[in-house]
Design a protein. Structure first.
Length: 278
């Protein structure tokens, strides 16, 4: 019994030694970490941090199991990362400094998203694509998945409107202010319109594909997003996933493919989903 209580007494002594300044210090550090999590949420930095965590774990395991050569290589890689990290996280660092300068660093949005009706979003996207196709109105609709697209959202006009077929069709009406560029859907909301996307540099793409299709393929090459493209010339509905373009889709096929692609994406407000989203 005495041995059982001794560790607990030592722990209580340690806790009691905490003074007011230590508590304030812990609260400030926790608050800063919370704000940093908000800052990188929705960006590719989350995926890079996951890769960094894998390297750290691999380095520790190689040390435990006495894999000297592997451990040496991983340590050299970690040393190089110290120099590379400021370059890799340059967009996030710049955004943080800009917000700090404008006094907006402490006024970021909520950490946890709400529940999402994925089936309704898919139905609305399918209905809007059908209307756009019948009227031969060009469109580029990007659906964010695990990898965040915050940097691309920043290139357009932020909207944060409910994703409905009527709303999306109106955005892509010819000669309207936002019809050029892409719309990006995050969850069940249109995050932004008139967004600029990176063009694919795949030399094997057919010359029939224009800028809109190349932009749709490009964003899926750099992230796990799904891009729906409607041709302005032919009204053809296409879907780009992981740099591969599926063309000549009808309404049923489009809905089935979107359901299949998005069904594995869990929606809700769990901490793990927020942190590992990208």
């Amino acid at each position: 019994m005495e041995q059982f209580w001794l560790p607990n007494l030592e722990y209580l002594k340690t806790v009691l030694k905490l003074n007011l300044s230590s508590v304030i210090d812990i609260i400030i550090v926790a608050f800063i970490m919370y704000k940093l999590m908000l800052l990188i949420k929705g960006t590719r930095a989350v995926q890079l941090l996951k890769g960094l965590a894998v390297l750290l774990i691999a380095t520790s395991l190689s040390n435990i199991f006495n894999l000297y050569t592997m451990n040496w290589l991983l340590r050299q890689a970690m040393t190089a990362l110290v120099v590379a990290l400021p370059v890799v996280f340059q967009p996030e660092l710049r955004r943080a400094l800009e917000k700090l300068g404008r006094g907006k660093f402490l006024a970021q949005g909520a950490l946890f998203p709400g529940e999402i009706d994925q089936a309704r979003v898919i139905a609305e996207i399918t209905r809007s694509a059908t209307v756009l196709s019948k009227n031969k109105m060009g469109a580029l609709i990007v659906l964010e998945r695990e990898t965040g697209l915050e940097e691309h959202i920043g290139t357009g006009v932020k909207i944060d409107g409910i994703a409905s077929a009527e709303f999306m069709v109106n955005i892509f009406l010819p000669k309207t202010p936002l019809h050029d560029g892409a719309i990006i859907i995050r969850g069940d909301r249109v995050a932004a319109a008139a967004c600029f996307l990176p063009l694919s540099d795949n030399p094997h793409l057919t010359t029939e594909l224009g800028t809109r299709h190349r932009a749709g393929i490009g964003i899926t090459e750099q992230s796990d997003a799904v891009a729906g493209i409607i041709s302005e010339e032919t009204g053809t509905i296409s879907l780009a996933v992981e740099g591969v373009l599926n063309r000549y889709l009808d309404e049923t096929t489009l809905q089935d493919k979107l359901t299949s692609l998005l069904s594995n994406k869990k929606t809700g407000n769990s901490l793990s989903q927020m942190w590992f989203r990208r």
